[in-house]
Design a protein around this ligand. Sequence first.
Ligand code: NAD
Length: 495
Amino acid sequence: MTDTAISDTASGAEELHFFGHIIDGEEVASLSGESFLSVDPYTRRPWARLALGGRADADRAVAAARRAFDSGPWPRMTAGERRGIIHRFADLIEEHADELALADTRDMGKPITQSRGNDVPRTAMNFRFFADHAALTPSEVYPMDSGHHAYTRYDPAGVVVAIAPWNFPMMLESWKVAPALAWGNTVVLKPAEDSPTSATILARLALEAGMPPGVFNVVHGYGPDSAGQALTENPDVDRITFTGESATGKIIARAASSNLTPVSLELGGKGANVVFADADIDNAVDWSIRAIFTNAGQVCLAGSRIYVQRDLLEQFTRRFVAASRAMRPGDPKDPATQIGPLSSEIHYEKVRGFIDTIAESGGEKIAGGYGDGWFVEPTVILEPLESSRHQREEIFGPVVTIRAFDTEDEVVDLVNDSPFGLNAMVFTENLSRAHRVSSRLVVGTVWVNCFFIRDLRAPFGGAKQSGVGREGGTFSREFFTEPKAVVMQMEPPAH
Ligand code: NAD
């Protein structure tokens, strides 16, 4: 592994750190020699330079992963041996927590309290969980009346391509890379171009932990006509796991279909947050604020359309707006900051487009707007039309709508009348209603009286335009392995 202390200086700006691809155990520049910059959305200046991968780099990484899978030790180790190395890797992630947290914060503007306090520990935990899960989960045995028994082997699938978005860089990458590695696959990760640096750091640490060369590769670059597209078209790839926009997911599914490569897609959302009149209002306001303004609303699961039962509407809205105004924007590196800038200029312009057109939604802006730089204040739109763009499309910023509803049947229909089906929240103190409504919502996850809590054994994924497949526990195992039935004769048949 090479040390990356290569640096250069952009005109008058701070020293830029260089982050290469990690291919076959080496940190390398692109074959073309090209690079690109990561811009810190708070300073709006570049802070890191990255190798810019193209098709040749992607092919090289897949070839390295293929070799490591076909003839290297990783798939041939016991799950227990892999577990030991992955746990060492998780230890190193924890030891490098400050460096990793700062990488994500500088790449995409996430407050350091979130990257350091949430994302790093959860990344380490994800690696530990999947290493343990692969080593300890039993497989099935089927004793047969015929004097045979059948059992299931969960053999690794092969070379896994993981393509990640920018909103929870290392944490979302770990949900893909951890189970893939734990089940004995080799991996090529392409992080998002807006949040690339933590992936290189992770792959350096994996090598330091003793992961053999070629097992965990990282290629940087863009999507279309770049490293991303090349990875999805490579016939030597056995699985593609993607998290990102629904429109990109469709393109990736088409590319994968030319090789019949299985694809797992975690896509966009428009999370509905239903607050019944019998809810604990303190709890509902508290979680509803976190559900939309964490990470400046750049969360696929964000509770971005709130439905409040009419009797509680006035009280809920008043308290929600007051809490939203109390949120503290600022330098994401400052531990006191609660809301950072949006991740990039392009994304800021997209969110601003929604704010500038609130009047067209039929609703009223009762809080928020945009601030300096790429900051957007917590923005609340009251009673937009159900058919408006603001109510139907993923804004992916700190912008929330609030609408009143009267009956349980009505709100179930409103929640389900969406192209997305990732998740919903339900706030109620009525146990029967909580179960009843949860069963009727067409989504991958329902949180009752909470948000964002996840058990890694439970399925995670989306219905409708929000995804294909599920991650988590045995659901990840089904995707990252090639389950095989072995049928054995126990006794020769009597003659
Ligand atoms: P995006 O789709 O623009 O990009 C995601 C990744 O795909 C990036 O690495 C990008 O380079 C790559 N890519 C783009 N086009 C490609 C192509 N043609 N071939 C191969 N790779 C390509 O998404 P984004 O803007 O980075 O992320 C935000 C989106 O991700 C939102 O829609 C959000 O809801 C979604 N998301 C979903 C989940 C989930 O679990 N369902 C989690 C986080 C984010």
